[in-house]
Design a protein around this ligand. Sequence first.
Ligand SMILES: CC/C=C\C/C=C/C(=O)SCCNC(=O)CCNC(=O)[C@H](O)C(C)(C)COP(=O)(O)OP(=O)(O)OC[C@H]1O[C@@H](n2cnc3c(N)ncnc32)[C@H](O)[C@@H]1OP(=O)(O)O
Length: 720
Amino acid sequence: MANYTKRDEVAVIELNNPPVNALSFEVRSGLQNALKSAIDDQDVKCIVIHGKGKNFSAGADIKEFGAGTKQQKPWITDACRLADESSKPVVAAIAGTALGGGLEVALFCHYRIGTPSCRVGFPEVQIGILPGAGGTQRLPRLIGVNSSIDMITSGRHVMAEEAMKLGILDKIVTEDIIEEGVKFAKSVVGLDLAHRILKNRKIEAVSPKVFDDEISRVKKKYKGYIAPLFCLKAIQASVQLPYDASMEQELQLFQHLVGSNQAKAQQYAFFAERTSARWQLPTGANSQNASPLPVKTAGVIGAGTMGAGIALCLITSGIPTVLVEQDQKFLEKGIKTMEGDLRGSVALKKMTAEQAKKAMLILKPSVNFEDLHDVDLVIEAVYENLALKKEIFAKLDKICQPQTILCTNTSSLDIDMIAEATKRMDKVVGTHFFAPAYIMKLQENVYGKNTSAETVATVMALGRRIRKVPVLVGTCESFAANRMLHPYVTEALYLVEEGASPYEVDQVLEDFGMPMGMFRVSDLSGLDIGYKVRREAAKRQGIDLTLGTRFVNGERVCLLADVLVEKGRLGIKSGKGWYNYGSPGKKEAIPDPEVLDIIEEHCRKFGIKKQKISSQEILERMQLALINEGFRILEEGIVSKPEDIDVIWIYGFGWPKYMGGPMFYANEMKLKNVYRKICDFHQKYPFSIHWTPSKLLARLSETDLPISNWTSLINSNSKL
Ligand SMILES: CC/C=C\C/C=C/C(=O)SCCNC(=O)CCNC(=O)[C@H](O)C(C)(C)COP(=O)(O)OP(=O)(O)OC[C@H]1O[C@@H](n2cnc3c(N)ncnc32)[C@H](O)[C@@H]1OP(=O)(O)O
């Protein structure tokens, strides 16, 4: 709703819908009624609109868009048209965020003032739609076409200072936002408002070439997403058509998007991220009843690629960090990497040179473990070796304060075994970052059997603070993320053995929307890593893995990647892997006939007959293999809800948000179809354990319930 009060001759309208003042039907109606009352009241000379609490408004209520249902009238435009027509000045007083429809409300006002920390923006593209309440028409009239294209197609938040420079804000105020709004509104009473009404403003002439170039840029930058292209169409309409006609065009484009599958998937992803933040442990402790410990300082052990990246996340979030490496030379190399990454961020305008400098000032590089004596939390990021990690944790246990939380960046080792090296098993937890750690948003936090709720709360809060998307998972071989990757990678290799080329497989995945195909990713990570991991794992089981191995414990294996490794093709680092890169370190991946010969030879050796495999089969086998594993992970309680899996894939492996995540994808395919296909593959490929259908999937597929119901069904333990 919207509250209406008066301060002398000033009407104050307060948008009131906690926590973010989303513009629900009640708020829109309230705003419309309040504006009517203010305009009709002879005593009122000017009007201020502000938001109750921390935010002006986060825009339209996304829940109301649910699967494309039409919003109930009045729309934002109906409510705000009154401001356009008002002869009394209307001022938007912005604190916190004015996003989407929130900013559109402000653009209907004659003036906008904001606090120094306020943010404005049109993030609609991120939920698959466009600013459909005049945003694409009014913003270009205020800040020009080019800046509008940048803001609207990127969805980025613009800070107060930049908003002031662009002309979105008329003033930045430092005192109480309502008082300042009232003062400002009084000061503009009697001024001519004609030029302040954005619909009246002339729009600059822009050549069609600008839009052609922008279409190419957007297609490349936001590959596969339709909303940014629709935004361009709407902005182009603002240039080509009279205001009323282009508003109509904007609405039509909006209606098309709001009913699209991409919008449905992206809005699901928006809420999945927030659902996933609400964690719970098997003990019942959860994000509502556990409090994080304060993290004022941190430590990182290991200045390799991962350690340096993690330290960078911490210092750029304002957390003073001790970076410990046992060898001075490695330490210096790590610092150089960090400085290089910071220079990159400055070049990309993600931060200022001043901010980068400030971040490095709170880094304390050290070759002395004792320097970790007083930190609140330590993240160990040395290479994957259980004995080494145990040794480090035993040492940390003695050096650090009793309350210090000890985290391991292991991607596969048993958290409980690492914790056993300490006398504080409740304070040991996994914080698994994804490479490159400074860039990738996923932080897979792993609890062990003794990890306390307080420890979990602390690493989940830390994740958000360092701009990651934290997800909580339980301990199992490879945890949730990499465990799901395993059948996906395995199927890719089988497909290549059976007749698809690695380049076809990658093309299919990239056409689906993955940022890189599986084979390009392997080249980037380095094929030798998997080679070592496979051999170590086999050794632990007493198996001697050779290039002649075809079955392990009755399961088919394909060691084609190892054949490449033994030929010195380690990936990008050696200039050759599944692709040819010309020379080591170069990024352009060129398909290599030599690799096709190696595959031919491998297949001949094992008598594997090659056949034509369709793109559809490639996609289905890879996606369904990982989806089946996802259901097993859910079934075993390694994650507590399907949203966790989708968030992992979106932020850890670049699953396109417009496809919602693997669990959402399965939901859209209908579980009975997913289950039937998995059963068919199971029959056809009996030597692949990953095709054994998940029992949970089997049970859920008997119902036709949507993904939003799965968690309660799993938790209620009912017979599904
Ligand atoms: C005919 C034309 C009609 C309309 C055109 C206009 C379209 C729009 O305006 S679409 C909406 C555009 N706005 C956004 O996309 C902003 C989304 N929100 C955010 O980015 C963030 O929530 C925030 C920056 C505003 C605040 O972040 P933070 O403080 O981290 O809080 P949370 O993200 O955890 O959010 C708290 C709580 O609020 C829910 N929520 C946030 N925004 C909306 C929204 N626009 N509609 C509905 N609900 C919203 C969010 O889900 C959280 O709730 P839960 O914890 O219960 O999930």
